[in-house]
Design a protein around this ligand. Structure first.
Ligand SMILES: [Fe+2]
Length: 375
């Protein structure tokens, strides 16, 4: 990193839509992301952990290598992609969504439509994830162009063997002209939200924690989550709630006997609360689709899957209220970096097969374990 004691980067809160209560998200201006000096990175890192989602505009020229280098600054010893090689598993619910850039394997291409050539990938067809492949109940065909759902609220993490990446970067390379869609929760509420087509939606897991009752905060601080081994294969036959916040419990999860070999030492038990390394705030940070058991500090184990999911759902649902969702209106050249230990995020929207959209995503499995509430 070149040495410099001053930085020209400035931090600006993102404009908040009327009626919104979001308290995170910032745009950083004046950055030269090909030449980030120590003083620049200090500002970038501070902004990331204070604002959770940071956005740089007009980064069209940033190469996949430079995107990797920038993402890697947050955790220099971490060099391998966040999901390792697990995406190769054809049965994983993640498999159709990501294609690896051959010369920069920590960077994945996601998007929609036919692409003749992109970064060494030839004649690929990208497919924007559609909720009908994951949700138990889908929006009807006739309503589908104007209406959408949160596809799957998640943390970017393998949740087996590998540690959750600190940050993920997302670069909007090609974005079809967007119109707003109506995002329907289709749950016990009548909640709806207007979102740009193909928006990535974020919520703050710090807000999610702050909204809990004192008793639930205490529960969250003293409980760990055990994730299933090979979680994305385990849930592959199961279906999601209509608001994308976890699974329906119909007993469809795969039996361990048909999962790839399980190494008990690689099963992840993570705290329910993850501490922000800069502010010290606690995030209620749980991947709702992959949870399997809750383990209390006193040794009690809650292993009834339906009950586990109900507890997590009750705690997380207030945090995805419409006024708390930051839905990015992507423009070509936008580079977002988000605190993967402090937000949940999800794809939204749907595209016609011929609508071409290209994004580059980069994250690395962290070099250290998650920091819990007692650290
Ligand atoms: Fe993601």
């Amino acid at each position: 990193m070149p040495h410099s004691t001053t930085s020209s980067i400035t931090v600006h809160r993102v404009p908040v839509p009327e009626g919104s209560a979001i308290d995170f998200g910032a745009e950083l201006r004046g950055a030269d992301l090909e030449n980030v000096c120590a003083a620049d990175f200090e500002i970038i890192r501070q902004a990331l952990y204070e604002h959770q989602v940071i956005l740089f505009k007009n980064q069209q020229s940033l190469s996949p290598k430079a995107q990797y280098n920038l993402t890697n600054l947050f955790d220099p010893p971490a060099t391998g992609y966040g999901h390792g090689k697990t995406l190769d598993a054809k049965r994983s619910v993640l498999h159709p969504d990501l294609k690896t850039i051959p010369h920069q394997p920590q960077v994945q291409v996601i998007g929609n439509g036919p692409v003749a050539e992109f970064e060494g990938l030839k004649d690929i067809t990208l497919k924007h994830p559609h909720h009908k492949t994951f949700h138990k109940h889908a929006i009807s065909e006739e309503d589908d162009r104007e209406n959408t759902r949160f596809y799957r609220w998640h943390i970017d993490a393998a949740l087996y063997d590998l540690e959750p990446p600190y940050v993920t970067s997302l670069m909007a390379v090609k974005v079809p002209k967007t119109q707003y869609m109506t995002l329907r929760y289709d749950d016990e509420s009548n909640d709806k939200l207007q979102v740009p087509r193909g928006s990535t939606a974020f919520v703050s897991s710090y807000k999610m924690y702050d909204l809990l009752s004192e008793a639930d905060k205490e529960f969250a601080r003293t409980t760990s989550v055990q994730y299933s081994p090979h979680p994305y294969i385990w849930i592959s036959p199961a279906k999601s709630r209509s608001n994308g916040l976890g699974m329906e419990s119909d007993g469809l999860e795969l039996d361990y006997s048909v999962l790839p070999p399980i190494d008990e030492s690689k099963i992840k038990v993570l705290p329910m609360c993850w501490k922000n390394p800069v502010t010290g705030h606690l995030a209620l940070q749980v991947h709702p689709s992959a949870v399997q058991k809750l383990i209390r500090d006193d040794g009690t184990v809650i292993d009834d899957l339906k009950e586990v999911r109900e507890i997590v759902y009750r705690m997380q649902r207030p945090g995805i209220a419409p006024e708390l969702v930051y839905a990015i209106d992507w423009e070509e050249g936008d580079l977002a970096i988000f605190n993967n230990h402090g937000v949940l995020h999800t794809v939204t929207g749907s595209f016609l097969p011929e609508e071409v959209r290209i994004f580059r995503q980069c994250n690395m499995a962290a070099s250290t374990p998650v920091v819990g509430p007692d650290a």
